[in-house]
Design a protein around this ligand. Sequence first.
Ligand code: GUN
Length: 296
Amino acid sequence: MTAKVIDGKAFAANVRAQVAAHVTKLKDEKGIQPGLAVVLVGEDPASQVYVRNKHASTVEVGMASFEHRLPATTSEAELLALIDQLNADPKVHGILVQLPLPAHLNSELVINRIEPAKDVDGFHISNVGLLGTGQKSMVPCTPLGCLMMLRDHHGSLSGLNAVVVGRSNIVGKPMAQLLLGDSCTVTIAHSRTKDLAEVCKRADILVAAVGRPEMITGEMVRPGATVIDVGINRIERDGKAKLVGDVHYESAAKVAGAITPVPGGVGPMTIACLLANTLTACCRANGLEEPKGLTA
Ligand code: GUN
C-alpha cells in the first residue's frame, strides 16, 4: 500500500480562506475586526521568523495585528503590565506571548496572566483544565490542526485506537484530550515506553510528537493506519541540512493508509489554527455564533 499524502499546506490555505471569509462578514455585518496581539521578548532568530509569519498571516485574513517587540532586558513587571494592558483592550481578542522567553522571565506566571478567553495558544492553566474536563476552552493550535485533518480524513473518529507518542503540554497531552473528546481509545506513549513498536502498531491513528528525528519507522505502523507527524527536526544528511519529522517517511508511507509529510503537513496548520482561534475568541467576546468547523 502507498499512503494517501495529507496535504497540510492546501488544508491550511483552506482554513485561512474560511477565516478570511468570516472576518469579512464580521466587518461588513457587525463592524467588528478581530485583533491578535503577539508579544516577542528578545531577539531569538527562530522566534523572530515565527512572529513575522504570524503578523503577515494575520493581516492577510483581514485581522488587526498588534506586534509588541520588547528588549531581552525587559523585567517581569514590565511584561506583566503589557499583558494587563492587552487584556483590557477591546480591540485585542487574542494574545500570544512567543516562547521561549528569556531565562529571567517565568513563563508560567506570564502565560497565566493572559485573560483565558484571549489565550489563543490555549496554554493558560484554566484552558488546560477546561479541555481536560471536556468544557469549552481555547485549544492549542497544533493539536487543533491535527484534529481538523483527522476529522476531514476519517469523518467520525469514534471508537478508533489512537496512539500519541509524546507527552508535552503543547502537543502530546492536549492532542490526547482532543482525541478522547472525539471518542477515540487513547494511549499516550513516549520515549520511555516499553515496546513502543508494539504499542504503535495497535494504532488506527498514530500521532508522532516526540521530538526525535525519524524515530517512528514503517515496522511500527499498522497497515492502513493514519500517521500524523508533528515533528520538525533539522538534521544533516550527506553533508546537507534537511528537515525531517519524527516519522521515517519513506518506510511509513509504504504501510500507512494516510500520512502527513514534513515539511507541508502539520506545520502550516499551526498558524492557520492560531487565526481560527483568534476568530473564535472574537466571536465569543461579542456573543456571536462561533465559526463552524474551526473549533474543537
Ligand atoms: N514557540 C514555538 N511554538 C510556539 C507556539 O505555538 N506558541 C508560542 N506562544 N510560542 C511558540
